[in-house]
Design a protein around this ligand. Structure first.
Ligand code: FAD
Length: 443
């Protein structure tokens, strides 16, 4: 039985789902919470440690809809989060036949859900430009669009930082660095119950519950029986001049499922651009805790630990294609902060939040599938319900342990992810970068 004095460890507590879990435990009065992470909150390698993320209502299934409506309410009303929600609105737009069909399906689903009044169908180029004048110079002939009044973007890293400050006020304990880095579980003599965990520096933490919310790293830490596949997505930044900042201030998030998306400039005039593609894996032989021998696992390689990593040459082409279509006047601007950021896909794109069937009292909270930052204010509430045994039945069903139920490498994306081993251009380690080596030789 869990009570307010129970000792609870949250690995990945400097990231999105982990920090939210700690927040909701603390708000309920739990007194023995320890947040552990490789980096201090907001963790430098969290997928949520970013300038911005899209906030929107997901209609994919009833569970996603419920969660995103709860999240919209929390971003709008919870004082820990309101300052980080920018209600710029969002334009989903497309010119390809498949893309237009998807937009039509979205409108139909919104109407079915009683949300038709929150959006506007944009049937012509002129209607799109009326809503987003910044697209005036773009070649959008034949494009259709949906304008979402609700929604916009979230100042992601700042929001996790706000959670961190609230955790400090609640007296939550923290372990970062080697003493916060998960290494292995401490098991009972019969090997069936998790009694705590050991970290990289050898510290042993005894606990009543262990939550592993370590995002894309989770499949390389414990055996998830191939239910999650870690994949990287990419972004790049560009700097606007003061005149350009004025022009793009309050621009809605513009999203095109064939090309990518961009956000209005932040307070320093930086625009983030992402392309749309099925993600990159990084398969290697690796032995997660609980597997008898090494197996093939996609293992993240974080920008925080490898700051010279950028992204594959192929991404430079697709990001520039998105810029040429969506931001043509900036097509010659220099890009910087090219980076990969890691998520954990499941086969059905639903979360994986459940007790591990092999080890009682170990709970995994992962499987974000690239669309879960928006859940930051509320996802932890449901993780706490799981720990307390009160999780709603449909959420429990959607997030259950489900090996063999599909291919996480493909997930619900247009194609399987390509592997970074086959893609040049992203790795610039001094020892492997031929250009740098050449320079060294010359000197
Ligand atoms: P993370 O936030 O990554 O947290 C995992 C944590 O585990 C990290 O802090 C890490 O340091 C820690 N960790 C790793 N290894 C260990 C270890 N050994 N011991 C202890 N701790 C460890 N979502 C949206 O809702 N809207 C968007 O617009 C959106 N855009 C995105 C764009 C890009 C380019 C990417 C990559 C993702 C995007 N997402 C978006 C997805 C969103 O960022 C993720 O779904 C979400 O942040 C994942 O949360 P998480 O808690 O599972 O993982």
């Amino acid at each position: 039985m869990l009570d307010l004095n129970s000792r609870i460890l949250i690995f990945g507590g400097g990231g999105t789902i982990g920090s939210s879990t700690a927040l909701h435990l603390a708000r309920k009065g739990y007194r023995n919470i320890r947040v552990l992470d490789v980096y201090p909150i907001p963790s430098a390698q969290s997928a949520g440690n970013d300038l911005n993320k899209i906030m929107g209502i997901s209609l994919r299934n009833p569970v996603d809809r419920q969660l995103s409506l709860e999240a919209e309410d929390a971003w709008s009303n919870d004082p820990t989060f309101t300052a980080y929600y920018h209600r710029s609105g969002r334009l989903d737009c497309c010119g390809s036949p498949d893309g237009i069909e998807d937009l039509e399906n979205t409108i139909a689903k919104l109407k079915d859900a009683g949300l038709g009044h929150t959006v506007e169908w944009l049937d012509t180029e002129a209607q799109i430009i009326r809503r987003v004048p910044q697209l005036a110079g773009s070649d959008i002939q034949g494009w259709k669009g949906i304008f979402f009044e609700q929604g916009g973007w979230l100042a992601a890293a700042k929001a996790i930082d706000s959670v961190g400050r609230e955790l400090v006020r609640h007296g939550v304990q923290f372990s970062f660095g080697d003493s916060g880095t998960f290494q292995s579980l401490i098991l009972s003599n019969d090997g069936k119950t998790c009694l705590g965990a050991t970290t990289k520096d050898g510290t042993q933490y005894i606990a009543d519950r262990v939550v592993l919310a370590s995002g894309a790293w989770t499949p390389s830490l414990v055996d998830l029986e191939d239910q999650c596949c870690s994949k990287a997505w990419v972004y790049a930044h560009m700097q606007l001049t003061s005149e350009e900042i004025k022009e793009y201030a309050d621009c809605p998030v513009v999203y095109n499922e064939d090309l990518g998306f961009f956000f209005e400039p932040d307070e320093h005039g930086i625009i983030k651009v992402c392309d749309e593609f099925p993600g990159f894996t990084r398969y290697k032989m690796h032995q997660p805790f609980g597997t008898p021998e090494p197996k093939s696992v996609s293992v993240p390689r974080s920008h925080a630990r490898h700051p010279t990593d950028t992204y594959p040459d192929a991404s430079e082409i697709t990001i520039n294609k998105a810029i040429a279509a969506l931001l043509p006047k900036f097509k010659d601007k220099e890009l910087f902060n090219r980076a990969m950021c890691w998520c954990a896909d499941t086969a059905d794109a639903n979360l994986l939040i459940c007790e591990h069937p092999r080890w009682k009292n170990l709970f995994v909270a992962t499987g974000d599938s690239g669309h879960s930052f928006k859940l930051l204010p509320i996802i932890g509430k449901h993780v706490v319900e799981l720990l307390e045994g009160t999780l709603q039945e449909d959420l429990r069903e959607s997030w259950r342990w489900r090996p063999g139920s599909g291919d996480a490498r493909k997930s619900r994306r247009a194609a399987p992810a390509e592997d970074l081993a086959d893609l040049p251009g992203w790795k610039h380690d001094p020892a492997t970068d031929t250009k740098t080596q050449a320079n060294l030789t010359v000197q």
